[in-house]
Design a protein around this ligand. Sequence first.
Ligand code: IPD
Ligand code: CA
Ligand code: CA
Length: 264
Amino acid sequence: MLHSALINVMVKAARRAGRSLKRDLGEVEHLQVSLKGPGNFVTKADKRAEEMLYDDLSKARPGYGFIGEEGGAREGADKSHTWIVDPLDGTTNFLHGIPHFAISIGLQREGTMIAGLIYNPANDDLYLAERGKGAFLNDQRLRVAGRRQLNECVIACGLPHIGRGDHALSRDEMTELQPRVAGLRRFGAAALDMAYIAAGRFDGYWERNLSPWDIAAGTIIVREAGGIVSGVAGDDDALKTGHVVCGNEYVHAELVKILKPLGK
Ligand code: IPD
Ligand code: CA
Ligand code: CA
C-alpha cells in the first residue's frame, strides 16, 4: 500500500527502533531469573529506542520539535510541528517479558494531531493514521466496533497500583462499570488500548492520569477509524487533561455519562 512520505518516515523510524526493542525483549526474558532483574536493562533499552527515534525523525524532518517520555522536550526551529513520542509504552509488560508493548509516534501541527503510528515489534502489528486518510493495521483499513449497548461491550481500562493513581476513585469506577458491561480488560499499554479501539477489538477504553505520549498517536488513529476521543468531561481534550475516554459515539457517550460524575 502506498503511504505518504511522512508516514514512510515514521514507519522506517519505528521499525528500526522496533528491531532494537525486539532484540532487547529476548534478553529480558533471560534476565527474569537474575537477582538484579531486568530493571536497569529495560531503562537502557527504553532510552536507546528513544534516541534512535529522535535521530531518524529529526534527520527526516529537521526543525520539528520533539517531546519524548525519556528525554523530555527538545525545541525545534519549526514551531508548528512537534513529534510526541513514547519509545516504549507498556514498560512493565516489557520488563516481565510480556509481548504487549509498543512504540508510539504522534505528530502534532499547531496543536492538532495530523499523524500517528503505534507499533508492537513483538508481533509486528503496525497501526497508523494520517488526518483525513483513514486508519490502518498492517495496511488493512480499520473501523471502530459498532456495538451500542454497554451490556454487549468489552471495555478496556487502566488500573492504579502501588504508588500510582487514585485507588478509591478506581473502585468507584469499577462499582459503576462492572454490573453494566460484558467484560473489562487491563492490558497494560495505553497506546495499544487505543489502537485496539480503532481495530474494533475493544468497544471502549478509559484511563486517568496518562501523559501526552501515551495518547497522542492513539487519538488520531481512533478518530480516523470513526471513533470519538475526549477527556472525562466528554468535550475536553485528553491530551491536555491526561484522562481519556474513547469508543464509537454511543459507547463514548455512555462511558462519559458514568465516569464524569465520579470526578474530572
Ligand atoms: C504506561 C502504560 C500503562 C498505563 C500507564 C502508562 P509506560 O506507559 O501505558 O498501560 O496504565 O499509566 O504510564 O510507562 O509503560 O510508557
Ligand atoms: Ca506510556
Ligand atoms: Ca514509556
